[in-house]
Design a binder for this molecule. Sequence first.
Ligand code: ZN
Length: 154
Amino acid sequence: MESRELYQDIILDHGRKPRNFHKMEHPSHFANGHNPLCGDRVTVFLEIEGDKIKDVSFEGRGCAISTASASLMTEVLKGKTLAEADELFKAFHAEVTGGAVPAVGEKLQDDFERLAPLEGVKAYPTRVKCATLAWHAFEAALKNGATGATVKTE
Ligand code: ZN
């Protein structure tokens, strides 16, 4: 199978059956993301202990890209340190915006690979907002704790 088709299948699968798709009762951090251009809404919940992401989940409604991206994000972030999460976000953001992708540490190679199905959005600037929405909500949650802040893509 061509990797493009495989990638498409992964996005459709995560879009239809998102992983870690539930509200968290007592998150230490959570925030909302809103992408008005596409209508995507996502809430990211975190349970952070020390510098570790013990648990992460999300809920919301949006297009297949935004849902798949949030689903894949929760899979790669679970169990990571905040520094590792930041490293993954920087590399992923550069990848989908067509920037110079910083090298990720060996330990994070597999996780970064898992996000690869989304790299196709870089050819479609409006879809980049769909693919990065959950990550921006994640960052907003880290910054704002359990206040339930909202970030909007411009
Ligand atoms: Zn979207």
